[in-house]
Design a protein around this ligand. Structure first.
Ligand code: DHB
Ligand code: FE
Length: 296
């Protein structure tokens, strides 16, 4: 059958009623969005002639994977799509230049220790190399950005993040800091070298990736939020350019300009990386998105 079936009066009336078209209360924007989403689901059902059994299998999957939605969103590329969309809107508004944004991912935790000067991110023992990363935060004209706060977080050498480590081996803010910069915009930290990350084995994301013939691996990477008065908050990450998954990131978080290759010498690795922020034209641009984040 053709998807025109969804345009029949019976189905359109059902969509109107289901989304409260003539109901007085409710949120008009939510009504419109819900209607379009439901209609897209219906069209997909018809287009692929989805059976009742297949449909309930999908509902069951969604029910069981609720705890991993934060992982499924990047894994299915929607989080990267949001970046592409924000980039395109920025370009339309003439807001170009600076360090590219890339996905936040699901593993940020608010409330990490705020430190100044040369920072040491790792408190827990980890038998691996030491990463030294340094550089500066500048604005559009290369001017040093004053009083920035660099939020940095990454996995340990087993690919696990503190707070989300099933082995229970890490203390709460291992490999997580907020670094307060001075007037020169210079930052530098040392840390235990992260390794690539994999989605939890046999979890919902893993099952979905397998069903799609994909994998759930990310290259080793380090996440950043950079906020500073007068500048747009940047959400980004660097992925190690020499990681086997650098060109095959399941979460689509790797981007050109964000793939430095660590300079490895003995048991140390060095990355020099400057961040360039855009100026905020309005107060709201300085803010973080209101995504709900774990707070500790
Ligand atoms: C996922 C994990 C990450 O560490 C990340 O940066 C992005 C996504 C995930 O599990 O989906
Ligand atoms: Fe990550």
């Amino acid at each position: 059958m053709n998807t025109d079936f969804v345009k029949t009066e019976a189905v359109q009336t059902l969509l109107d009623r289901a989304t409260g078209k003539d109901a007085e209360g409710g949120n008009p924007r939510l009504k419109a969005i819900t209607r379009d989403l439901l209609e897209a689901v219906m069209e997909t059902i018809v287009k692929h002639d989805i059976s009742e059994s297949e449909f309930w299998q999908a509902v069951n999957f969604l029910q069981q994977s609720a705890g991993e939605f934060g992982l499924i969103v990047p894994g299915t590329g929607i989080e990267h799509f949001l970046d592409l969309y924000m980039d395109a809107k920025d370009a339309e508004a003439g807001l170009t230049g600076g360090t590219p944004r890339t996905i936040e991912g699901p593993l940020y935790v608010a409330g990490a220790p705020l430190v100044e000067g040369e920072a040491d991110l790792s408190v827990d023992p980890d038998d691996t190399d030491t990463l030294y990363m340094s550089g500066k935060v500048v604005g559009p004209d290369g001017e040093p950005v004053k009083d920035a706060i660099v939020h940095v977080w990454h996995a340990n050498s087993k690919g696990w993040y503190s707070h989300f480590d099933p082995t229970g081996e890490q203390t709460p803010f291992n490999n997580r800091r907020r670094i307060k910069l001075g007037p020169d915009g210079q930052y530098s930290f040392r840390s235990k070298m992260p390794n690539g990350y994999s989605v939890p084995p046999e979890g919902a994301t893993d099952k979905l990736m397998q069903a799609l013939g994909r994998h759930g691996n990310r290259p080793a990477h380090v996440h950043f939020f950079i906020e500073a008065p007068g500048y747009r908050t940047l959400t980004t990450q660097i992925n190690f350019g020499d990681d086997p998954f650098a060109a095959d990131d399941f979460a689509f978080g790797t981007r050109e300009g964000l793939l430095p290759v660590p300079n490895r010498q003995g048991d140390s690795a060095y990355i020099g990386f400057d961040f360039q922020l855009q100026r905020a034209k309005a107060e709201a641009e300085q803010a973080f998105s209101s995504r709900q984040r774990l707070e500790a």
